[in-house]
Ligand binder design. Structure first.
Ligand SMILES: Nc1ncnc2c1ncn2[C@@H]1O[C@H](COP(=O)(O)OP(=O)(O)OP(=O)(O)O)[C@@H](O)[C@H]1O
Ligand SMILES: O=C(O)c1ccc[n+]([C@@H]2O[C@H](COP(=O)([O-])O)[C@@H](O)[C@H]2O)c1
Length: 207
């Protein structure tokens, strides 16, 4: 008898400059709550929507691999780092859907990104292709409070449970720049191998 299981593929993109504990917790919540078969963690290439220039792709990729190395079903996906031009999530989703025609895609993000979602390139196409799963973020309007703006498509949006975690990558970069690279200062904010990588490679502090 043919299996009726539809493959569920999650997509979690970010600058990951650096990846931190909230990213890991969010990925864990997505895997568990959505019953994902796999979760593609996708470091951004050229983040057209961010004012600052991101750290070198090699560093962000290496740190992302370290952050998620112990999580089964997570695949760190390099495709956006290899793509020329501005990074658009729709391109990644369309490529993944073409590779997995029968799968249902789930796009994972925090509530701060969701607040800007209607500025994303071809956002309506994204809603058509993926179910958008949003975790609250301490600094942003709650996900559910933002759903009303999408009243006709409400079934395409889900709130992902995540205990409030005030950590941000900005905070980590600032701590490292001001503390001249003390690993222990960020030890509670990022997975331990990431803290070591940042310190050894002076990613956010001068050598
Ligand atoms: N503390 C957090 N709680 C919930 N979601 C988060 C949190 N930190 C990041 N995210 C989500 O993770 C994704 C990737 O985030 P990103 O790599 O830009 O980290 P960041 O901490 O927001 O970085 P920065 O401070 O440099 O803007 C985004 O969808 C973002 O909303
Ligand atoms: O496709 C877009 O237009 C778009 C606009 C803003 C953000 N994104 C994606 O959203 C993800 C999280 O972004 P950020 O800024 O929180 O790192 C990351 O994968 C970005 O490429 C995508």
């Amino acid at each position: 008898m043919p299996s009726t299981h539809q493959k569920r593929i999650g997509v979690f993109g970010g600058a990951f400059d650096p990846p931190h504990n909230a990213h890991v917790a969010l990925a864990q919540s997505a895997l568990e709550q959505l019953g994902l078969d796999s979760l593609h963690v996708v470091p951004t290439g050229y983040a057209w929507h961010k004012a600052r220039v991101l750290s070198a792709p090699e560093h962000r990729l290496a740190m992302t691999r370290l952050a998620f190395q112990d999580m089964p079903r997570v695949e760190v996906d390099e495709r956006e780092l290899q793509r020329a031009g501005p990074t658009f999530t729709i391109d990644t989703l369309e490529a993944l859907q073409a590779e997995n025609p029968d799968a249902q895609l789930y796009l994972i993000m925090g509530a701060d990104q969701f607040a800007a979602f209607r500025q994303w390139h071809r956002w309506q196409a994204i809603v058509g292709l993926a179910i958008i799963c949003i975790a609250d973020r301490a600094t942003s309007t709650a996900a559910k409070a933002q759903f009303d703006a999408y009243s006709e498509q409400k079934d395409r949006f889900l709130a992902l449970p995540l205990a409030p975690m005030p950590v941000s990558a900005t905070q980590i970069r600032q701590l490292m720049a001001s503390g001249a690279g003390q690993t222990r200062e960020i030890g509670d904010l990022v997975p331990e191998p990431v803290a070591r990588y940042i310190s050894v490679n002076h990613v956010y502090s001068p050598r």
